[in-house]
Design a protein around this ligand. Sequence first.
Ligand code: BMA
Length: 818
Amino acid sequence: MRKLILNDGWKMKEVSWEEYLDAEVPGSVYTDLMANGRMQDPFYRDNEKEALAVIEHDYEYRTVFDADTELLACDEVLLCFDGIDTLSTILLNGSFLGNTDNMHRTWEFNVKDMLREQENELRVILHSPTKFIADSYAKEPIEGCVDAMKGLPRLRKAHCMFGWDWGPRIPDAGIFREASLKGVNRARIESVYITQKHEDGRVTLGLKADILPAERSDIRVKQAASDYRVTLITPQKEKTVYEGSPEQILIREPQIWWPAGYGEQPLYTVRVELLEEETVLDSWERRIGLRTMTVSREKDQYGEAFAHEVNGVRIFAMGADYIPEDNLLSRVTRERTRRLLQSAKDAHFNTVRVWGGGYYPDDFFYDICDELGLIVWQDFMFACCVYDLTESFEETITAEFEDNIRRIRHHACLGLWCGNNEMEMFIAENREGWCRNPVQFSDYIKMFEYIIPKVLKECDPQTFYWPASPSSGGGFDEPNDENRGDVHYWDVWHGGKPITEYRKFFFRYVSEFGFQSFPSLKTVETFTEPRDRNIFSYVMEKHQRNSSANGKIMNYMEQTFLYPNDFDTTLYASQLLQAEAMRYGVEHFRRNRGRCMGSIIWQLNDCWPAASWSSIDYFGRWKALHYFEKRFFAPLLLSCSEESTLTQDPNVNAQPYELHKSITLCASNETLMEKQVGISWELRDAGAGILRSGNYEISLPPLSSVWMDKVDLPEADIYENYVSYRMEENGNVCSRGTVLFCAPKYFHFRAPGLRVEREGDELVITVGCYARSIRILNGEDNLRLEDNYFDMDAGVRRVKILEGKPEGLQVKSVYDIR
Ligand code: BMA
């Protein structure tokens, strides 16, 4: 197959303009207008309004190209678009070629008879998505996410581009992926499906190529097995070539792929060539990992398990939900995604969930997950809406499923396909009266429990399918049941309940739970003027899309910390609230390993600079939560279930009441190896002086959580004393922390006399007494440290600098929230 990439020479204009501007493909209307100085940064202050007005218009993209003679001589020539966002009319040399209406699909047009050797003119008219959804809603209303613009379910475009409770209404348009011409001779390989059979320590690959003949009816390529040549390249680059009938390839000494934390990620390259005589008509090359991957749903005493089972091992999923990295999609690059996913791995993630309200990520996203060992929970792109399953809707979504399943299915990282985000739950409950018509209930079942399974049976029967998130298996059967399937738990945050609620539940797999925070000051500065830097200002509220949630943060603040007296301290304290909430939840879930087998935090990243549930902000800065994740997702974790409960209610009974105080330590080992560890703890006063201590030497079985005995601490003064604990392996501390018995606002913190100095590639932090959640930033806020936002007893700690210059260092702890 010959390929000519058509990414050059593009110009663009609003359709009514005379003059064309320079344009980029892949790119977008917004990025081109900005590059030409015709539009301001839509993320700055409230520029979103202006951006929304811009997209009320239609835009034309135009390029002129030559087609070489070899291409023109091909049996067929296809004009291909890997992604058009979304509504377009395509014209080649003045003639109408077709329309597009689904950004999740790839588009191909047969253009052989329309092409000339020189000066072909290609025009793509992009129609306004906002006009389309407004018109369609006016004609026939359909409901969806209240934070987004009305009418969005009718357009197959990333839903969150129309706004979400963390995202702006900036519904860009553009040719956001590559455009090309493909010349096909005789036939081409559309895709190859590779199955794996693991038996007796060997792996057998099964290969099935989807071959498309060039469309001219007089041409038929023979499809005998001998038409293929398959090359298998091991991770060590040893090649084996299979000629003839390579439908079954036996690998005798397979190198097995594991998720991060359980083993290596060796990748094999498979190249399939389609031959006619000795001519290679087309080739297909991808990397695969040898592993089995499914979801275990064994019935047990609690209900039904839900756990990723990889190579026969049930793992505890740790990670977060991934949303689009930018509202302007073409700004998402391989480098940027790698940096984000590397940060996920650095914080000991083994799983990411690609949430269904965005778009199907680029190939490089999955390549990077393969390399890093991140299991991908892949939603189909449906979220929080009702859809009308018309004939044309069914046709376009079916094509979308086929395109994306064929594109993604070979990846080692692919953990499961999931029908949608939260629709089974919303429709079952008919929340907000979304379903106006009983057919919408049956349409739901048709889409997610009939059409998708049917396509998967054909295109990817080996990957596990789950109808929705959350679900208990489908059919509107208590989708958010605590004892079966996955759960979205939002009573903490949306329900306003205290974080202690997490300990009341024993979910099987939490695929969403979260808590908001503000990004750091440096990030806030990019979208504000100094006068905006107050969390209740107009601009800060514009960058908070969950209704009244800055007030919600302050409500949790009131329960936890003293009132923070300056803006930066408020941002810092909000991040600590978030980090503590997630720590409290995840540690509880990990302590209950076996019953609970997954904790996926809402959300990993941001699509613009804003207050949100993310642990990494739009610019890639780690919030406190991400450092906390690095600690509480660590394969070896020591956590402490502290209790400080009243024996009777002092308001009801005037008798003197008693406080019961205790700690129970729990050690979790999420590796495949048995571990010998030393555990120690001390009850200390606010000056870090030791009042009482204990220790254990224990052996932790693989994949286990082991509770120590409960220790009652009747002598602990809840305002003056805290417990410090740590776990060591081979003399090195692998996990540590501290717990209080009262809200931090009531604890009598002493001035810690924090000092930080640089020594070589390390920072040396010195404190005179107990200091909690010590934050170290440099002037640019681009330091990446081995650890940050950590607690210290009195003394010295050395922390490695991983990135950034230690200049303009500033340091804070909870003592400074006042
Ligand atoms: C979940 C998600 C998103 C939302 C998030 C925070 O339910 O699926 O739709 O952004 O909660 O509210």
